[in-house]
Ligand binder design. Structure first.
Ligand code: SAM
Length: 276
């Protein structure tokens, strides 16, 4: 992998007047050793394109390119960052495409060869929404092969949570049914400029070609949101709207109707979805 040929990020930020804006979730990573360590957690980048959301001044973007990413497509909403990103493009000719826009709205078709990896220090205000979209595409397998994403630690814990824990919920089912998820790095607030109020963690999600247990995605989603929508209620109550004969179905599956959502395993959720 190569040395980074560009000036220190503090100089880039000063030169382009990139004072961080809270409304855009701007907590920048300025230590290139750290961004390169995150890039390496994503695996070999040399054979794949990478989608990055929110490159900001480009600390992670530079790391992805120096670690050999074939091509990076970076979607940034803050136009102030574009001149800094143009300098990175110039240093890595033909390997960085910057798209100015809202990652929740841009059309990326034609920009990336599939399967690509998604690697991002996400703006916390849109991170969960993007993750849910990436985990619930119309077709499976999706266009991406892996997601390497920074979240606030509490969200990361929800993704990897096991039954019985407080963090276990809809995000855990999404994060474990068709993907292998693990926390690969934890970061203190001081790693960022400015430091956020919360701790952060990087989650690595590798897609599985087939789900861990069979189920129709829409039915599973109905069961999971109904069950966790009233997580303190017993299943015979919380799943009433999902199927009329809920007690009979649950008993037939060997699941006591008096149990609550947070005790159900992924396998049991899938079995209920198949019984609808
Ligand atoms: N990647 C940089 C880093 O690690 O230092 C910046 C990360 S910062 C947490 C999040 C970035 O996402 C900011 O640059 C912000 O402007 C950008 N952003 C916020 N909302 C966005 C959106 N809806 N679409 C695209 N980028 C967005």
């Amino acid at each position: 992998m190569t040395d980074d040929p560009l000036p220190p990020l503090r100089d880039v930020i000063a030169l382009h007047g990139l004072s961080p804006r809270k409304a855009l979730g701007q907590n920048f990573l300025l230590d290139l050793n750290l961004t390169r360590a995150i890039a390496r957690r994503a695996g070999d980048l040399t054979q794949t394109d990478v989608l990055e959301v929110g490159p900001g001044p480009g600390g992670l973007t530079r790391a992805l390119l120096a670690e050999g990413a074939r091509k990076v497509v970076a979607v940034e909403r803050d136009a102030r960052c574009l001149p800094a990103l143009a300098e990175i493009s110039a240093a890595y000719p033909g390997r960085l495409d910057v798209i100015e826009g809202d990652a929740l709205k841009v059309d990326l078709s034609g920009h990336l060869s599939t399967p690509y990896r998604i690697i991002a220090n996400l703006p916390y205000n849109v991170g969960t929404e993007l993750l849910v979209r990436w985990l619930t595409p119309d077709n499976w397998p999706p266009e991406w092969s892996s997601l390497t994403l920074m979240f606030q630690r509490e969200v990361a814990e929800r993704i990897v949570a096991a039954p019985g824990s407080k963090a276990y919920g809809r995000l855990s089912i999404l994060g474990q049914w068709r993907v292998e998820s693990k926390i690969v790095m934890e970061l203190n607030p001081q790693a960022f400029t400015p430091p956020p109020k919360v701790h952060s963690a990087v989650v690595q999600l590798e897609r599985r070609d087939t789900p861990r247990y069979p189920a129709d995605p829409a039915k599973l989603e109905r069961v999971v949101s109904a069950a966790f929508g009233q997580r303190r209620k017993m299943l015979r109550q919380s799943l009433k709207g999902v199927m009329p004969d809920v007690e009979t179905v649950l008993t037939g599956l060997g699941i006591a109707p008096t149990r609550r959502a947070e005790t159900l395993t992924l396998e049991e959720f899938c079995a209920i979805a198949r019984a609808i």
